[in-house]
Design a protein around this ligand. Structure first.
Ligand SMILES: Cc1ncc(C[n+]2csc(CCOP(=O)(O)OP(=O)(O)O)c2C)c(N)n1
Ligand SMILES: [Mg+2]
Length: 733
């Protein structure tokens, strides 16, 4: 059962045999190619080829399903894609030739026959999505994008992995047209695709009406052994099965090779059986057989209630006589001699690298008119929809433009009672939810603790796609990746909650959200030793410093309930990257804003919360989150003793750094170097704000298990300690 022999239940549905074949049994028909090439005219391309070629072949219809090896033109197209990848990696002397060589048949068939895409408009809302989860195989994707006519120049292909080119070492969202998400960290692409597929179901549920299928697209993924070894893929695919994401189609390149060598070293599980257990639809095929690939894709499309996995037995570095089926084909150029031998094997007669036969290009470029036509058909559907449902159509347009409804941020909760900031966050979410229909989110099984539920909404499920509350299960990492997938359909405002300490479990996904500048909101509660008795396993210490170190991520640790309202508004307006809200478990004071500065100053990152009773302060106390209260109390005592003390609330370093220098210097005057920061977390990074003359009251080790009031006292978060430390700073010259 757990050998690589497939159990009979996994045999392909259409009666493919999948019997073991001789290593070279799936050779292209060399004679056919060579005959074909003998009358192929060549284009040595330096610019994008003119549209005339594409139009000349527009009328050529696709045959329904190709034969196993396809016709000579199919093979020519596949070989073109393979050699393009080989040459680009060779030229860069860096990259991964093996995966593109291996997966070219699937890539070719998908892009030219199945994927409904428009290279002229990569953002067309109803396009099918393709995610290359095995991002190291990016030359496959770049090759396809270039050949099918995306805005990628031939020069970009030749300058693979070079400074300033559109072809970076792994696919990057917003960098290369047609790249749907950034991939490279294995497992992320597949898990993100689950979020992308969820987004489709949600949009369809919201906008589609009988007879008006405005939203209807597939999410395709190409993944590798490494993708499926990673835990995040297991988390996400398990959830995808539960959620019955029937339009998610995953092609698994089962080449049984990773960097260390054979997968037998570390990965002997039966993947197909595993996915059956997730309640996926599973097929097993030969990955070099066009007929099997085509039939499997069609079968997967027809399966509408379960996500589909196509386990394709493939061969890394296909065609390389000395490197195929070895780890050597994975991550280094083949080398001149091996390139020669490989091209000989393919029956490729051209010595000049980067040769693209005109006939092959013409086939790929048929995607241009085909894409225009697909989009035009959809636009006609949209026009009919607009006529039938003008109000919904207006919402559709607002969604696409990522417009927030007018007045969404007026009359939001103003708090007077003391409460935990996580509790305030729950109230704010529920105030925002009716105004922001695309604010959706949930928790990794901590909904009651994170206060993430939208009370007026149902749970998102296989039977209720209109649900807005997500139950990610105890799967922080997948939650992070799925949030990214949701945010990749701009217009959605996804949020996800867990304890701050478990943000570590999802760090890789947070990092990608930041790299992609996605509007994702994290609700991280239980933000310090203030959570109390659960003890040091649950008490975050170093997490804040780690999150603050991530570029493009905005971290906000509001001090009280009214700062929470402002923090949510800042997060929703932030379209330049994700935002992490850092919230307390324990109750904190809600400050009287008639006495102290208004809470909406939070958007500036730091502000003078309580001014000194003098022209210039002797000392500045800086607090964030639950520790601001100690600064405020200490200010009163110190002022009684004659010191002019300023209190600065500093919920967000990132927001503060974006302020003009005049503002920053007005809050923290450079001449006032006696400063004391108080934050129940690792002190790393605070030195910059307290200067050499200041100090930080922080956590210099792990916490402990005890009631939170005891912990705060024992770790020095008290008025007495703040006053004493402040005095020692003031006493220094
Ligand atoms: C999270 C993560 N860990 C490690 C790597 C480094 N890495 C790149 S590819 C790879 C494994 C390659 O094997 P496979 O995924 O089967 O791809 P193939 O070589 O078959 O194309 C590794 C470990 C990575 N990209 N992401
Ligand atoms: Mg592999």
């Amino acid at each position: 059962m757990f050998s690589h022999e497939r159990p009979s239940c996994l045999r392909p549905a259409r009666g493919f045999r999948g019997a073991p074949r001789a290593r070279w049994a799936c050779l292209p028909r060399l004679w056919a190619i060579q005959t074909h090439l003998s009358f192929v005219s060549l284009l040595s391309l330096t610019t994008n080829v003119s549209e005339t070629i594409a139009h000349a072949v527009m009328s050529v219809a696709f045959s329904a399903v190709p034969s196993a090896a396809g016709d000579a033109l199919d093979q020519l197209c596949i070989t073109t894609l393979r050699t393009l990848a080989i040459d680009a990696v060779e030229q860069a002397q860096s990259g991964h030739p093996g995966a593109p060589m291996e997966n070219a048949p699937f890539g070719y068939l998908l892009y030219t026959r199945y994927l409904r895409h428009n290279p002229r408009n990569p953002q067309w809302p109803n396009r099918d999505r393709f995610i290359l989860s095995a991002g190291h195989g990016c030359m496959l994707l770049y090759g396809l994008l270039y050949l099918t006519g995306y805005d990628l120049s031939f020069e970009d292909i030749k300058r693979f992995r070079q400074w300033g080119s559109k072809t970076p070492g792994h696919p990057e969202y917003r960098h290369t047209p047609g790249v749907e998400t950034t991939t490279g960290p294995l497992g992320q692409g597949l898990a993100t695709a689950v979020g992308i597929a969820i987004a489709e179901t949600k949009l369809a549920a919201y906008f589609n009406r009988p007879g008006h299928n405005l939203v209807d697209y597939y999410t395709y993924v190409l993944c590798s052994d490494g993708d499926l070894m990673e835990g995040v893929a297991s988390e996400a695919c398990s959830l995808a099965g539960t959620l019955k994401l029937g339009k998610l189609i995953v092609f698994y390149a089962d080449n049984r090779i990773t960097i260390d060598g054979s997968t037998d070293l570390a990965f002997r599980e039966h993947v197909a059986t595993r996915f059956l257990a997730y309640d996926w639809h599973v097929q097993s095929i030969e990955g070099n057989d066009l007929k099997q690939i085509a039939q499997a894709i069609e079968q997967a499309q027809q399966e509408t209630t379960r996500p589909s996995l196509i386990v394709a037995r493939t061969h890394i570095g296909y065609g390389s006589p000395n490197k195929q089926d070895t780890a050597k084909a994975h991550g280094e150029p083949l080398g001149a001699e091996e390139v020669k031998l490989t091209k000989q094997f393919y029956g490729w007669p051209y010595e000049e690298p980067f040769t693209i036969p005109a006939e092959a290009l013409a086939v790929y470029r048929r995607c241009l008119p085909r894409g225009e036509q697909l989009e035009a058909e959809w636009r006609a559907r949209l026009a009919a929809y607009e006529a039938a449902f003008p109000d919904l159509a207006a919402e559709w347009r607002a969604f696409q433009a990522q417009e927030l409804p007018p007045g969404w941020d007026t009359d939001l909760p103003h708090f007077t009672e003391d409460m935990a900031t996580r509790q305030a966050s729950g109230i704010v979410i529920n105030a925002l939810a009716p105004r922001l229909p695309f604010l959706i989110g949930g928790s990794a099984d901590l909904t009651p603790s994170n206060n993430t539920a939208i009370k007026s909404a149902t749970a998102y499920s296989a039977t209720d796609r209109s649900g807005r509350n997500f139950h990610f299960g105890v799967r922080e990492h997948a939650m992070g990746a799925i949030l990214n997938g949701l945010a990749l359909t701009p217009g959605f405002i996804p949020y996800g909650g867990t304890f701050l300490v478990f943000s570590d479990y999802m760090k890789a996904a947070i990092r990608l959200a930041a790299l992609m500048r996605l509007r994702v909101i994290y609700v991280f509660t239980h933000d310090s030793i203030g959570l109390g008795e659960d003890g040091p396993t649950h008490q975050p210490v170093e997490q804040l410093a780690g999150l603050r170190a991530i570029p493009n991520l905005t971290v906000i640790r509001p001090a009280d309930a009214n700062e929470v309202t402002a923090a949510w508004c800042t997060a929703i307006r932030n379209t330049a990257g994700p935002t992490a809200l850092i919230l307390t478990r324990q109750k904190v004071p809600t400050f009287d804003r008639t006495r102290y500065a208004p809470a909406n100053l939070l958007s500036r990152g730091a502000y003078v919360f309580s001014k000194e009773q003098a022209d210039v302060p002797d000392l500045i106390l800086i607090g964030s989150g639950s520790e601001l209260q100690w600064a405020v109390a200490a200010q009163a005592q110190l002022q009684q003793e004659g010191f002019a003390v300023r209190v600065v609330s500093m919920p967000s370093w990132e927001c503060f750094e974006q302020q003009p220098v005049e503002y920053r210097q007005a809050v923290l005057p450079p001449t006032v170097k006696k400063r004391l920061a108080i934050e129940a977390a690792a002190p790393l990074g605070w030195r910059e704000y307290v200067t050499d003359e200041g100090a930080v009251i922080a956590m210099n080790g792990f916490g402990a298990s005890a009631p939170f009031t005891v912990l705060m006292r024992e770790f020095g978060f008290t008025v007495e300690n703040v006053v004493a430390t402040a005095k020692s700073i003031l006493a220094q010259h």
